[in-house]
Design a protein around this ligand. Structure first.
Ligand code: FAD
Ligand code: NAD
Length: 484
């Protein structure tokens, strides 16, 4: 008997010695997970990160933000060459052609540089990287199934497993003709007619890539406007611009079937009047949102609760119902944005280290990288109206700026919503060239609770697109815009 206990203890002791043990383990290496890992390491914690794919960086770096922007940039160059160079006095002898294979290869090389950069950051911060599927054995042990199976022990775990494309129940995504964003980043040919189901961010960004390089693009949107969660003024302006770019936009259409017939895809939808409308194309991009991803995580084994949307349930400290397990990014509630995931990664690392950080979710900006770009922060007019807040509006058109004339980027506007009595800025919404970068000024102003008049009195370099922000602030302050 004594002998048995001795052997048993020896074995468990051995197991303990062999098993790597961490202050924090992070499951998932997207912009939530890898940023959390770096911050944990900076704070002196022994940190491990687990990623089931061969490359780090998650959706954003591999099949999301970065590759989509790479293709948007390439296609924008092509569009400028075809449509605008001549006006600028630049003549190209012969035809300008797209080499799709090369365009996609450049995108992939950008992805490789950036994901390689995350590898470097992990090494630099002495973070142990495990490649394989991480699943809970219990609340402090994670099994990693990769080329071989490993088990690690973690005092704290951060779930950062992200999201996957969602679909409609009657659609069979065959990944050849009926595709998600992942396949749309890898096409072998330019679609003749790309049908896009869902007029949200992915549909419009990737739709614009293919529109610019020659596809006919039809967008089918269920709601009565594209980008329906943003301020309605932005939807209207973007709709107008995309129509000028010859997008076919079908709002208030309810898709009821999507069938592949040979090399064609047939989509049937009911329009506002209840009439059936048929769309035929060679590719159909399904971009109706994304779902939180917890497949294979075995959350039950740790006792972690999911809600009815499949998200990991967290409190305001991003802590699950199991005190040493946290969750961040797309797998929890809130906007599915890379920078939101990263802020949450930083916040959880600091909470584990005993600090008291805070995220103001109202100040997480949203951007659509079409051209013109769309950007937004704070409350929309619809939200202020619904909340019964009295507000004033200052709006300024981009076309009135010297900078816009110089670059011929005339579409769009900046709109500032300010509290009617205190003048505090409550929301900033813009469509226009470089809006994605300009929105940072609005975030800073709102972080410091600036009034519209504060911003209107700040010097903005001339000529820049940001002068539209100053002018909109002047308009909101006292209808004092100078250049209209
Ligand atoms: P993810 O980036 O999804 O990373 C999760 C990681 O966890 C994945 O690598 C996954 O393989 C891994 N994983 C999952 N389960 C396990 C497991 N059990 N074990 C091990 N590993 C696991 N957002 C923006 O802010 N700006 C943009 O411009 C933008 N463009 C986008 C374009 C497209 C086409 C798409 C699809 C998305 C885009 N997004 C953009 C959204 C952005 O990609 C996500 O919000 C962001 O990636 C979420 O980060 P995350 O860390 O929560 O999860
Ligand atoms: P989304 O939520 O932005 O858009 C989905 C669209 O599909 C909505 O307009 C919705 O009304 C519509 N829709 C839903 N069901 C429909 C149906 N049955 N028929 C027709 N239309 C329908 O989602 P997405 O574009 O798939 O993007 C997924 C996530 O990725 C988003 O949450 C987004 O934040 C993120 N993302 C962000 C960026 C960016 O920040 N620039 C870029 C791409 C993706």
């Amino acid at each position: 008997m004594d002998m048995f206990v001795l052997l048993y203890n020896y074995k468990t002791q051995q197991q303990k010695i062999l098993m790597n043990s961490y202050d924090v383990a992070i499951i998932g290496s997207g912009p939530g997970g890898y940023v959390a890992a770096i911050r944990c390491a900076q704070l002196g914690m022994k940190t491990a990160i687990i990623e089931k794919y061969a490359t780090l960086g998650g959706t954003c770096l591999n099949v999301g933000c970065i590759p989509s922007k790479a293709l948007l940039d390439s296609s924008h160059h092509y569009e400028n060459a075809v449509k605008h160079f001549e006006e600028h006095g630049i003549e190209i002898p012969g035809d300008v052609k797209v080499n799709l294979e090369k365009m996609i290869a450049r995108k992939q090389s950008v992805v490789e540089q950036i994901t390689g950069g995350v590898d470097f950051l992990m090494k630099k911060n002495k973070i142990d990287v495990y490649q394989g599927m991480g699943s809970f054995k219990d609340a402090t042990h994670i099994t990693i199934s990769g080329n071989e199976t490993t088990e690690i022990e973690a005092k704290n775990t951060i779930i950062a497993t992200g999201s996957k494309p969602s679909t409609l129940p009657f659609i069979n995504i065959d990944k050849e003709r009926i595709i998600t964003s992942t396949e749309a980043l890898e096409l072998k040919e330019i679609p003749k007619h790309l049908i896009v189901i869902g007029g949200g961010v992915i549909g419009l960004e990737l739709g614009q890539v293919y529109k610019r390089i020659g596809s006919e693009v039809s967008v089918i949107e269920y709601m009565d406007r594209i980008i329906p969660t943003m301020d309605s003024g932005l939807s209207k302006e973007l709709n107008k611009v995309l129509k000028k770019q010859k997008f076919k936009i079908n709002a208030s259409h309810k898709v009821k079937s999507v069938e592949r017939v040979g090399d064609e895809v047939v989509v049937k939808a009911d329009n506002k009047k209840g009439e059936e409308v048929e769309f035929r194309g060679d590719y159909c991009l399904v971009s109706v949102g994304r779902r939180p991803y917890t497949d294979g995580l075995n959350a039950e084994a740790a006792g972690v609760k999911l809600n009815d949307k499949g998200q990991v349930e967290v409190n305001k400290h991003l802590q699950t119902n199991v005190p040493n397990i946290y969750a961040i990014g797309d797998v929890i509630k809130g906007a599915m944005l890379a920078h939101k995931a990263s802020e949450e990664g930083t916040m959880v690392a600091e909470i584990i280290a005993g600090q008291k950080p805070h995220i103001d979710y109202n100040l997480i900006p949203g951007v659509v990288y079409t051209w013109p770009e769309v950007a937004s922060v704070g409350k929309t007019e619809e939200e202020l109206t619904e909340a019964g807040v009295a507000y004033k509006v200052g709006q300024f058109p981009m076309r009135a700026l010297g900078r816009s004339r110089a670059s011929m980027d005339l579409d769009g506007f900046v709109k500032i919503l300010a509290d009617a009595s205190t003048d505090e800025i409550l929301g900033v919404h813009m469509v226009g060239a470089r809006a994605a970068d300009m929105i940072a000024e609005a975030v800073v102003a709102m972080e410091y609770r600036a009034s519209a008049e504060d911003v209107s009195r700040m010097s903005h370099a001339h000529p820049t697109f940001t002068e539209a922000i100053k002018e909109a602030a002047l308009a909101a302050t006292d209808n004092r815009a100078l250049h209209v």
